[in-house]
Design a protein around this ligand. Structure first.
Ligand code: PEP
Length: 248
């Protein structure tokens, strides 16, 4: 049975002090045996939050990594650095990184390989823009992102990836995809994974929906057969995240 996830993406929010306060407030509310709970936090918050979540069911996540182990990459953070401080998951290819930081399908692919090499779970993001949806090329776009992002991965490696479908027009806009829209694309992702690997492999890969998930809409979304949880931005910074964690 594939795992369910409630993964919070804190983005560029919370100083280390604020992050500890938020994590301490959320921690007692995060207990569940139905899903993995992940806090993906800014780099400088990772070490203090590692302390807060120690001994709990909360997994520590980063929001990015570099695809090399080390070297002359000023300002970057590597997989072994993340591994050493107890990071378990890492967001890769978020649309904000694709839009503002030159992330491409090719760098996403290299980063997924690097995360897996160090035993980190990649939360691999894909999603279409509003223009692509309006042009009717959503599925085409997503299929290309999946094929390029996962290029060269073995079936065993693919099973260790968590895919997050995040329509760009729904991120941080309050405009959530309908459950039917989200299910349609998550199913299309499972179909392409099935073509690339096998139905058995595709059925083991967790696929999340992200885009204005909140305590009010999570349950309906998570009931859909191909949606295995959420990647959550804004609502992961609030008490509301408890409702999302308990929505399975
Ligand atoms: C995200 O950051 O991945 C996201 C989905 O944000 P929000 O939930 O705020 O739309």
């Amino acid at each position: 049975m594939r795992k369910k996830y409630a993964a919070g993406n804190w983005k560029m929010n919370k100083t280390p002090k604020e992050a500890v306060e938020l994590a301490e407030m959320l921690k007692p509310k995060m207990t569940t045996d139905k899903a993995e709970v992940v806090f993906c936090v800014p780099y400088v918050d990772l070490i203090p939050i590692a302390d807060v979540v120690k001994g709990s069911n909360i997994l520590l996540g980063a929001e990015n990594l570099h695809f090399e182990d080390k070297g002359a990459y000023t300002g970057e953070i590597s997989a072994p650095m993340l591994k050493e401080i107890g990071v378990k998951c890492v967001v890769i290819g978020h649309s904000e990184r694709r839009e503002y930081f030159n992330e491409t399908d090719e760098t996403v692919n290299k980063k997924i390989f690097k995360a897996l090499e160090y035993g980190l779970t990649p939360i691999f993001c894909c999603g279409e823009s509003l223009a692509e949806r309006e042009d009717g090329i959503t599925i085409e776009r997503i299929r290309i992102q999946i094929k390029k992002g996962m290029k060269g991965l073995s079936a065993e490696q693919a099973k260790a990836v968590v895919v997050a479908y995040e329509p760009i027009w729904a991120i941080g806009t309050g405009k959530v995809a309908t459950t039917e829209q989200a299910q349609e694309v998550c199913k299309a992702i499972r179909d392409v994974l099935s073509e690339l690997y096998s139905k058995e492999t595709a059925d083991e890969i967790s696929i999340l929906y992200g885009g204005s998930v909140n305590g009010g809409n999570a349950e309906e979304l998570f009931k859909m057969p191909d949606i295995d949880g959420g990647l959550v931005g804004g609502a992961s910074l609030k008490e509301d995240f408890e409702k999302i964690v308990k929505a399975f």
